[in-house]
Ligand binder design. Structure first.
Ligand SMILES: CC(C)(COP(=O)(O)OP(=O)(O)OC[C@H]1O[C@@H](n2cnc3c(N)ncnc32)[C@H](O)[C@@H]1OP(=O)(O)O)[C@@H](O)C(=O)NCCC(=O)NCCS
Length: 177
C-alpha cells in the first residue's frame, strides 16, 4: 500500500494518531515504556513545538492509517539534551558537531509497518534542505535504530548515559553541508 509524508500539526486527529503510533513503538523492547506517548505529547506541546525550526511529519497510508512520525528542531545551548551532551563531549567535538545543528528528536514507526523503509523516508524528509551544518541525535545502544542511522551516513560521536544509572546511548552526527 502507498503512503505519503504529511506535515504534523501539534493538535488534532493526525497528531493523536501519531502519538498512538509513538506509544506502540516505545512499548516494545528495549524501551518497554507505557508512559512515553503521554510524556511526548506534553513535551511537544509545552516545549518542543516552540523551538526554532521545529518540524514534524507523519507517514500516512492511503487508507488514512498513520504508520510513523518524526520531529526535530534547531539545537541550542540551554536545551536539556544539548547541555547533557555538551557536558560529556570534548570541547572540539562539541563545537564541530553541535555548533550549528539540527536535532532529530524523535522518530517512530508502528511495529507492524517497521522494516518497510518508512523510517528512512521520514528521516530523509525531515533533513532535506536543512540549513544547519550537522544533524545530531541519540539512540540507545541496545536498540537496532543505530543500524539505520549508520546506513544514512550518521557516525558515532560518543556513548553516554542521559540520566544517572540510565541506559547508554550512542550520540550520532551527520554532516549536512
Ligand atoms: C527505528 C525505526 C524508526 C526505523 O523505522 P523503520 O521504518 O522500521 O526503518 P526502515 O524500514 O527505513 O529501515 C529498517 C532498518 O532499521 C533498523 N531497525 C531498527 N529497529 C528496527 C525494527 N524494530 N524493525 C525493523 N528494522 C529496524 C534496521 O537496521 C533495519 O534494517 P533491516 O531491515 O536491513 O534489518 C523503527 O524501527 C522504530 O520505530 N523503532 C522503535 C522506536 C525507535 O527505536 N525509535 C528510534 C529511537 S532513536
Amino acid at each position: 500500500m502507498n503512503w505519503t509524508i504529511e506535515p504534523l500539526p501539534a493538535y488534532g486527529p493526525l497528531f493523536e494518531g501519531a502519538i498512538a503510533v509513538y506509544g506502540e513503538a516505545f512499548i516494545q523492547p528495549p524501551y518497554c515504556d507505557p508512559d512515553r506517548g503521554k510524556d511526548v505529547r506534553k513535551r511537544i506541546r509545552e516545549i518542543h513545538a516552540h523551538r526554532d525550526e521545529y518540524r514534524a511529519f507523519a507517514a500516512v497510508r492511503e487508507d488514512a492509517t498513520i504508520a510513523g512520525m518524526i520531529y526535530g528542531y534547531h539545537g541550542r545551548k540551554g536545551q536539556w539534551w544539548h547541555e547533557t551532551v555538551r557536558r560529556q563531549l570534548p570541547h572540539s567535538l562539541y563545537s564541530h558537531w553541535l555548533g550549528d545543528c539540527y536535532e532529530l528528536v524523535e522518530v517512530a514507526v508502528a511495529p507492524r509497518f517497521q522494516g518497510l523503509g518508512i523510517g528512512r523516508a521520514l528521516i530523509e524528509h525531515l533533513l532535506c534542505k536543512r540549513k544547519e551544518r550537522t544533524c545530531v541525535l541519540s539512540t540507545r545502544t541496545d536498540s537496532r535504530a543505530h543500524e539505520l542511522y549508520r546506513r544514512l551516513g550518521f557516525e558515532e560521536l560518543a556513548q553516554m548515559p542521559f540520566v544517572e544509572n540510565g541506559a547508554t546511548f550512542y550520540v550520532m552526527g551527520k554532516i549536512l553541508r
